[in-house]
Ligand binder design. Structure first.
Ligand code: AMP
Ligand code: FE
Ligand code: FE
Ligand code: ZN
Length: 296
């Protein structure tokens, strides 16, 4: 039986495969459906869908949003929304403008620490990867494009790779551990919405919302799921590489109790997370049906 993978990234955010290559890989490993869930950007969905139509892989519209919580940063996954929704697109563009400003401050700090990197080149290279895609130049990518209007969502993983390329650190992980990770020397916080706001945004665009990788939540994940369930959460990501087995069992029971859908995916990022393979989680086909039911 062919599987599904509801958590994947492309070059439009911090993955390394183009949308077409991601879908081609999905077809090769025998997936029936994938959701494309780039950070703060829906720019990969149309191309992925076109590839999916050719290759027999269903492509579900997705997004990954970072939100603020007492437990620290949480990630929410939006699914099955209208990716042309004007309010959603405007909100995503605002988030990417905030990213641009924050990236500039991170790079300033790195320069002060004696590790200059060229932000213009980082953005151009991210956009070049993303805008190799047909039609994406219409979005305004590359040098001189309006802030936040780029073909890709640029963030710390891109800066980490530039630090490696410049020889300032040996690996992306070292870049995070020493400089870019929360609270490290060049860390700059990013403005984040509250969970209820992000959930409302996805709902208003006709979609549903899941809590991503509860295994990475720094407080009791069950408590966070209960709380978010009270502000409209539709689902919880039970199958994810960072969820230990005992947590999965607990989340399945909790989803049942609260009437939430149970979803899952690999969180595939290509070469940026080389130990994670597409389709590595055994996500039941029923997960997608359950999301559709929540939407209905
Ligand atoms: P940003 O959205 O720019 O804040 O970057 C967040 C992304 O950076 C996350 O989705 C992770 O892929 C990566 N990341 C964040 N913290 C770490 C860390 N400590 N080690 C490795 N990767 C990290
Ligand atoms: Fe990521
Ligand atoms: Fe995430
Ligand atoms: Zn992700």
């Amino acid at each position: 039986m062919r599987g599904i993978d509801l958590h994947t990234h492309t070059v439009v955010s911090d993955g390394t495969l183009s949308p077409t290559d991601l879908v081609a890989l999905a077809a090769r490993v025998g997936l029936a459906a994938i959701a494309v869930t780039d950070h703060d950007h829906v720019g990969a969905i149309a191309e992925a869908r076109a590839a999916g139509a050719r290759l027999g892989v269903e492509v579900v519209a997705g997004i990954e949003l970072s939100v603020e919580h007492a437990a620290g940063e949480l990630h929410l996954l939006g699914y099955l929304f209208d990716e042309h929704d004007a309010a959603l697109l405007a909100a995503l563009e605002r988030l990417r403008m905030q990213r641009d400003a924050r990236n500039a401050r991170i790079v300033e700090r790195l320069a002060e620490l004696g590790m200059p990197v060229d932000l213009g080149a980082i953005v151009a290279s991210a956009s070049a990867g993303a805008s190799a895609r047909k039609g994406s130049r219409a979005e305004g990518s590359g040098a001189g494009a309006a802030p936040g209007a780029g073909a890709s969502s640029v963030g710390r993983p891109h800066i980490a790779r530039a630090l490696v390329a410049a020889g300032h650190v040996a690996s992306v992980q070292e870049a995070f551990d020493k400089y870019l990770g929360d609270g490290r020397a060049a860390f700059v916080p990013r403005a984040r919405a509250r969970p209820a706001e992000a959930i409302a945004l996805v709902h208003a665009a006709g979609g549903v919302c899941a809590l991503a990788h509860p295994g990475l939540v720094k407080r009791d994940a069950s408590q966070v799921v209960r709380e978010l369930s009270g502000v409209g959460l539709d689902a919880v990501e039970v199958w994810h590489p960072k969820n230990p087995p005992e947590l999965r069992a607990r989340l399945l029971a909790l989803a049942e109790e609260l009437g939430l859908a149970a979803t899952g995916g690999s969180d595939f990022h290509g070469e940026n997370k080389p130990d994670v393979t597409l389709g590595c989680e055994a996500v039941p086909l029923a997960a997608l049906d359950a999301l559709r039911q929540r939407k209905g």
